[in-house]
Design a protein around this ligand. Structure first.
Ligand code: ACO
Length: 328
């Protein structure tokens, strides 16, 4: 049976940096509030001529280039996003067009901030079943384009970016590989995090625009509580499925939504903070892109050595959650 191994990572971040001081000029907020309540110092913001597919294509090219892989070797493109270029065609298809690699299947996954975890599990299943050999899994998001810039309780939280990995079949059991995945969802909490309009419940009208229903809404405190709960339980479950314990971990890459959620997870898992990858200070919350961007930074900084055990764990709108344990 083939195993699924992450053989390359890549990322792309828009150049434009927006600091907390910049936001002080737009909404009634302070650098101190944002810093202490969220851990965010600045975020990247895409320009109008940088759609999600552009960020994603650049992240994928970065991953391919890092191992000198020919784009024609890819046989599937999976893209986690809730900020697609448009409702359809999928962002995955637009990325395929940008890379000029026709014919291979291309699909978007909608699981909010957990989307990249869902994508990794799908890539693993396709590879272990023998159906495909080289799958690109991308997390890309442009939440700044669906944020309400008049709502200080949400707009300060988000940033744009893309991260990509290439998951490849390996026959060698002792090689690095994805050891376990765990996914879950609870639709009863759906209203905690939403973009209500522009779907079949509320098709776009002047009224939906006037009521600002095309922007993200969030019940912050309840989301926070659920996040801490599911981040811990899904970490424990993925470790169990991998036959590992918390002390076996070399690196934890949590979804970057709030530094206080990350701290709470590290404490509950009793993992030394030096083993936790943090990017929220520079990139804020880029939903499904936070984990592949952080994974790429860890990889490029030499923090991932063969044999290392890495836990990735996310939660997001839905409510959804997911975790992955990898032997690098
Ligand atoms: N600047 C200044 N004051 C603010 C701001 C701001 N940007 N935002 C809110 N406040 C005020 C509030 O109005 C409130 O004032 P009041 O006490 O006078 O009413 C006060 O600060 C406290 O507000 P809370 O909402 O209680 O603040 P809290 O400590 O809960 O932090 C936060 C809010 C950061 C949103 C937190 O709840 C959180 O991180 N929640 C989880 C967010 C998350 O994980 N989202 C999931 C991912 S997003 C996605 O999936 C697309």
């Amino acid at each position: 049976m083939p195993y699924a191994k992450i053989v390359a990572t890549g990322a792309f971040l828009p150049e434009k940096v927006v600091t907390n001081a910049d936001l002080e000029k737009i909404v009634d907020t302070t650098d101190e509030w944002i810093r202490t309540r969220t851990g965010i110092l600045e975020r990247r913001v895409s320009s109008p001529d940088e759609p999600s597919s552009l960020l994603a294509a650049n992240a994928l090219i970065d991953a391919l280039d890092s191992i000198g892989m020919d784009k024609h070797e890819l046989d599937f493109i999976l893209v986690a996003t809730v900020t697609p270029d448009m409702a359809f065609p999928s962002t995955a298809c637009w990325i395929q067009k940008r890379l000029d690699i026709n014919q291979i299947p291309a699909l978007d996954i909608s699981a909010a901030c957990s989307g990249f975890m869902y994508g990794l599990s799908m890539a693993r299943a396709y590879i272990e079943s023998g159906m495909y050999k080289n799958i690109a899994v991308i997390g890309v998001e442009e939440l700044t384009k669906i944020a309400n810039w008049e709502d200080r309780s949400t707009c300060v939280l988000f940033g744009d970016g893309a991260g990509a990995v290439i998951v490849q079949a390996t026959e060698d059991e002792s090689d690095g590989r994805i050891l376990s995945n765990y996914l879950g969802a609870d639709g009863r909490y759906g209203s905690l995090l939403m973009k209500e309009a522009e779907g079949t419940v509320n098709p776009a009208t002047h009224e939906t625009i006037d009521k600002k229903m095309h922007y993200i809404t969030m019940e912050g405190q309840e989301t926070f509580k659920q996040a801490v709960r599911v981040m811990k339980s899904s970490s424990v479950e993925a470790l169990k499925r991998a036959g590992l314990k918390e002390e076996d971990l070399d690196l934890v890459i949590p979804h970057q939504a709030n530094i206080r959620i990350i701290d709470a997870l590290a404490q509950r898992l009793k993992v030394d903070y030096s083993k936790v990858q943090v990017t929220i200070d520079r990139y804020a919350n880029s939903s499904s892109a936070t984990i592949p961007i952080a994974l790429n930074e860890a990889n490029r900084d030499g923090k991932l050595q063969p044999g290392n055990h890495v836990l990735m764990v996310a939660f997001g709108g839905g409510l959804t959650w997911g975790s992955t344990v990898v032997r690098w």
